[in-house]
Write a protein that binds this ligand. Structure first.
Ligand code: MG
Ligand code: ZN
Length: 390
């Protein structure tokens, strides 16, 4: 076939394809809802979008998880990741208000509050004005809420969903936010910010007075804990930062699984109203800062197993939207020429974050809103829309 003929055929294929997708409004179906193809051409939310409402929302944030981190995880794991099962993938632009390169505080505040803010800001906008977080709004709507992280629970990512402070390092102030909200379930490190504070106030005792079953760390593996579903639950897994997965941290997967079951049935309220759960794979980022490919890959694969649990839950439940994304890429990580499935040749261009666009994966009611390319703040709008918030 001549070159000209090939071009003509390609041209015809493109025309036929565009006509069928734009003129015939077909409906695609998968577990969790029906979506008209015309609804997929949304450039940014909120727009009129009709579909089944999501009752539960599980937001999974892989801190520092860019496309190269996912690539390295995929090829190190025999070309297999749970992420491949998502029907919808989009890209977000993650710059902060004051810097093209975001940090985790501004990045998570964009998801939690829908505002672009400065690096270091926790739940406040560029003028340091507090904005209600999606976790707080879910609580106001009677939903059960929870957070699980493999960093301290007061670290920038989880903090941005529950606290409103000017600087991310205000860990003791962030810990106080856990008493100001009605969060039902939380697991992460950072016990010292609760019980060995400058003000000598023991927040663990205060949380217990408020009705929390607070479990102490070091004593048991998470999977050995007995959890009373009628009480709120908090578990602080280490004094400061939890150790990497490769050094024996085991709690993230059982805590994430327990969180889903706990929140689904907690005090009967989520049976009716649903729940919001944020799970963070915090240390993919730390592997990037350390320019350590093995650290990245082990954290990435642990996180992917948790993603698999969330998908399994959502498929069985049928009313759960699962959104997986990252705040930013870390390390300028690359998988290079000379790599094989047995041995990846990797390199880094930075020990900090980069400006790379970040993938967003979605499954469940409202998932199709997440296709396309948009600002990180739109993730907040799309999640609210999927939950049917006004
Ligand atoms: Mg983080
Ligand atoms: Zn970082």
């Amino acid at each position: 076939m001549s070159f000209v003929n090939k071009i003509i055929i390609l041209f015809l294929v493109v025309i036929v394809f565009s006509c069928t997708s734009y003129i015939t409004p077909s409906v695609s179906t998968y577990e969790g809802g029906e979506y008209e193809v015309s609804d997929m051409n949304i450039k940014s939310a909120p727009q009129g979008y009709s579909s089944k409402k999501a009752k539960n929302l599980i937001l999974l944030i892989g801190d520092g998880m860019g496309v190269a981190q996912i690539t390295a995880g995929l090829y190190s794991n025999n070309k297999s990741l749970y992420l491949e099962e998502f029907p919808v993938v989009g890209l977000h632009q993650n710059h902060a208000s004051d810097n093209l390169i975001t940090d985790s505080a501004a990045g998570a505040t964009a998801f939690a509050c829908g505002v672009k803010t400065y690096n270091g800001a926790i739940g406040v906008d560029a003028d340091t004005i507090p904005h209600k977080t999606i976790l707080e709004e879910c609580e106001e709507n009677g939903m059960a809420t929870g957070m699980v992280a493999s960093s301290t629970i007061v670290h920038a990512t989880p903090a941005s969903f529950i606290a409103h402070v000017k600087k991310r390092k205000m860990y003791e102030e962030i810990a106080e936010a856990f008493l100001k909200t009605e969060i039902d379930f939380f697991v992460g490190g950072g016990k010292k910010y609760f019980d060995r504070r400058d003000d000598d106030i023991n927040l663990i005792e205060q949380l217990q007075k408020k009705g929390y079953a607070m479990s102490t760390y070091f004593t048991k593996e998470f999977s050995d804990l007995t959890i009373d579903n009628s009480k709120k639950f908090g578990h602080l897994t280490s004094d400061a930062d939890p150790v990497p997965f490769s050094q024996g941290r085991k709690y993230l997967l059982p805590a994430a699984k327990t969180a889903m079951e706990f929140l689904k049935t907690h005090e009967d309220k989520s049976d009716e109203k649903g729940f919001f759960l944020m799970i963070e794979g915090s240390q993919i980022d730390w592997g990037g800062h350390a320019n350590n490919a093995e650290y990245i890959i082990s954290e990435m694969l642990e996180f992917d197993n948790i993603i698999g649990e969330a998908l399994k839950f959502a498929k069985e439940d049928g009313e759960t939207l699962v959104v997986v994304t990252a705040d930013h890429e870390t390390g300028g990580f690359a998988v290079n020429n000379g790599s094989t499935l047995d041995s990846l040749k990797t390199s880094f261009t930075s020990t900090y974050h980069t400006a790379e666009l970040i993938p967003v994966f979605a499954y469940g009611p409202g998932a199709y809103q997440f296709t396309g390319m948009y600002e990180n703040t739109e993730i907040y709008n799309k999640m609210r829309l999927a939950l049917g918030f006004e």
